[in-house]
Design a protein around this ligand. Structure first.
Ligand code: DGY
Length: 395
């Protein structure tokens, strides 16, 4: 095992917090040092192994801020707890790499970073949608190869999405934001598949449809599909926004891909294993007019054999949340979760969207609360009482 380098910030701090990757911005470190933490930051781009995580926990640790690329198994969380940690704080909104059930059994809160990724990730899914539909990567490769020899009526023809039908699989925060971007911007009809009815989204689209009609335009529609196959058959674009669980692993396999239109676009900016990548390679090979835009992969950073050679697939390296503002916000929320639990503060009442977590990002005196603890209810952690409305909002 190579020896990893660590940067130590506020070495005299009384609480020991290990951060497994360098994080962007300055606010997150200010929050931790204000909470009297000694912050140990792992250097290097490679993923910490289970042994390194165990060694980093050492004899005593108060908290870890970790990454979605690491395996926070029952064993790793057990080592954390045994070393005295009070929280595992994930630098991500998704936490499929964390055995939350085990953390709950151990009495260990697990933090995450909702709110700041929603529009950012939805925008990436939109970017992939158009890149795939309009063959941007193929065009770019052609330009760079000096293979563009002049405009042609038949060159690199793609699909027009305006007024087409959009399918979102998982209509949570990010899925709904993506859906609204394409419904509002490109007047697509929306079909969604989710175990829950998203009444807010349905009302929003209904109001927008009424607005279009008032302006002499055809309305847009929104409906919830009873079955995934129904959505797949109906849609020109299908974008995956579901969480990865045992139930959603390989949600899109060969039969589901076969149910899609031959010229459809499939986008995934959620988690790679929701798609059977080998089946996708076979499908794209057999259907050259089918297109996919992928931000995530089944066994990141590896790709299924053959994927990289396909012209009808656009590939980016898990960049969904990669804007400076979002990543700094994620660092702030991850640090705020750790600092709050270490100081015995309660959990913030709700963290469903940006408005809910904004005080942690912007206020000079952030709330004395943990912005988002995923197992707060199971652990019976106290919630901060709902905040009184600002004076000007009261009527
Ligand atoms: C997350 O936070 O879960 C994202 O995948 C990071 O981009």
């Amino acid at each position: 095992m190579t020896t990893r380098e660590w940067v130590i910030v506020n070495p005299a701090g009384s609480r020991r917090v290990v951060v497994t990757k360098e994080l962007p911005g300055a606010r997150w470190l200010q929050l931790l040092t204000a909470a009297d933490c000694r912050v140990e930051i792992a250097q290097g781009e490679d993923i910490l192994t289970a042994e390194e995580i165990r060694a980093a926990c050492g004899e005593h640790i108060d908290a870890v801020i970790g990454q979605l690329t690491e395996s926070w198994s029952a064993e790793a969380l057990g080592a954390l707890k045994a070393a005295g940690a009070l929280i595992y704080s994930q630098f991500a909104v998704g936490y499929d790499n964390v055995d939350v059930a085990a953390a709950t059994r151990l009495g260990l809160p697990v933090g995450n970073t909702p709110g700041v990724l929603t529009e950012t990730t939805a925008e990436m899914a939109v970017a992939l949608t158009f890149a795939a539909a309009r063959r941007l990567a193929e065009g770019e490769r052609m330009m760079r190869a000096g293979a563009y020899h002049g405009w042609l009526p038949t060159m690199l023809l793609g699909s027009l999405l305006y007024r087409g039908t959009l399918g979102i699989v998982g209509a949570g925060r990010i899925g709904a934001a993506y859906g609204r971007m394409l419904v509002e911007g490109h007047k697509m009809d929306l079909v969604y598949y989710d175990v829950r009815v998203n009444a807010e989204l349905e009302h929003y689209v209904a109001d927008y449809a009424a607005f279009l009609v008032a302006h002499g335009e055809a309305p847009v529609t929104c409906r919830r599909a009873e079955a995934l196959e129904e959505l797949l058959r109906a849609c020109d674009v299908v974008s995956i926004h579901a969480a990865l669980t045992a139930g959603t692993h390989h949600l899109m396999g060969a039969p589901e891909l076969a149910a899609m239109k031959d010229e459809a676009v499939l986008v995934n900016a959620s988690r790679g294993p929701l798609i059977d990548e080998a089946a996708l390679v076979a499908h794209c090979r057999a259907h050259p007019r089918f297109r996919a835009g992928l931000d995530v992969y089944e066994s990141e950073p590896a790709m299924a054999p053959g994927l990289a050679a396909l012209d009808n697939v656009v590939l980016v390296p898990h960049l969904g949340s990669a804007t400076t503002w979002t990543r700094e916000g994620m660092a702030t929320l991850a640090a705020a979760n750790a600092a709050a639990i270490l100081q015995g503060w309660p959990v913030w009442p709700a963290a469903a969207g940006l408005a809910d977590v904004a005080p942690f990002l912007d206020d000079p005196e952030p709330p004395h609360a943990a912005p988002s603890i995923v197992n707060a209810v199971e652990l019976g952690l106290p919630r901060l009482a709902a905040q009184p409305q600002a004076k000007e909002d009261q009527s």
